[in-house]
Design a protein around this ligand. Structure first.
Ligand SMILES: [Zn+2]
Ligand SMILES: [Zn+2]
Length: 281
């Protein structure tokens, strides 16, 4: 770690790498203030990329079945923006704190290997999904907990707005979802020096990207990920409790495939005439 810090070159604007590797407890007020901005901007850029992919729905990508779409009200937008601007940076702050003290994390950029990046990413991404699977299943099982924490997010049986619908949850729901699906929920389980910081960073952002795609109407299948998985949870409720991949639901017998009756592919000509927008509202 010392080598990593000493090896960095200071710039007039401060060294961003040094910013990350400085213990959270030693951050200056400037670093504290800068931190939320540093995490909000990349997240919003990712959300924009998701929106562009969602826009591509209108140019011929296969779509999932569509249903009723309750309009977003003041309470929905308040949750969406509070989660985006406050809860997300707070979770990110906790992740940095956890990562800083995790013995499994390797910081040296020259020490990247296939095993501590690619394999570590797969392990971290899958294990954090297991953490969420457990928490999410409990929330669905305990009535008062469901009503207070999670019911709002299930207002949409056919989410389609991507990142907006992902963030449309009670802040306690958004917090535990973000915390469980983030790398910090499982890093403490892994042996010393086995996960490179790059794998942690990729896992953090992949969760957000995959979450947004899971709240869209695109029928996208990439390896173990398919967007119909979380759409199935919203539509049928008592299945598909993990957030990102099907592994744990298949293993524990809670997996269900979303019935595709009524699924359509928007013809190119209709998309350019804006008919997609007319039909989904
Ligand atoms: Zn749920
Ligand atoms: Zn959802």
């Amino acid at each position: 770690m010392d080598t990593a810090i000493n090896g960095t070159v200071a710039t007039g604007f401060g060294n961003p790498y040094e910013f990350v590797v400085t213990p959270v407890a030693d951050w200056s007020m400037y670093q504290m203030a800068l931190f939320p901005v540093l995490f909000i901007i990349p997240t919003e850029i990712l959300a924009l990329i998701c929106d562009l992919i969602l826009w591509a729905c209108g140019v011929g990508l296969p779509l999932l079945p569509r249903g009723k779409y309750p309009p977003l009200e003041f309470k929905d937008w308040s949750y969406v923006w509070f989660n985006r601007l406050c809860v997300l940076p707070f979770i990110s702050f906790l992740i940095v704190k956890a990562v800083w003290s995790a013995r499994c994390v390797v910081w040296d950029m020259d020490a990247m290997t296939f095993s501590n990046t690619v394999i570590a990413f797969v392990v971290v991404f899958s294990l954090s999904d297991l953490t969420y699977y457990i928490g999410h299943r409990i929330v669905h099982k305990v009535g008062p907990l469901y009503n207070f924490v999670h019911k709002h997010h299930h207002k949409e049986s056919h989410p389609r707005r991507g990142w907006v619908d992902t963030c449309n949850a009670h802040p306690t729901d958004f917090f535990y979802t973000g915390f469980c699906t983030s790398p910090c929920s499982c890093l403490w389980l892994l042996p010393t020096g086995t996960v490179h910081i790059v794998a942690v960073a990729v896992a953090m952002h992949a969760v957000m990207f995959v979450g947004a795609l899971g709240h869209s109407r695109i029928d996208l299948n990439v390896g173990v990920f398919n967007s119909r998985f979380h759409a199935g949870h919203h539509s049928m409720t008592f299945c598909n409790y993990a957030q990102n991949i099907e592994l744990w639901d298949r293993l524990f017998g809670t997996y269900k495939d979303l019935p595709m009756k009524g699924a359509k592919k928007m013809p190119l000509a209709d998309a350019f005439k804006g008919k997609y927008a007319d039909k989904v509202e």
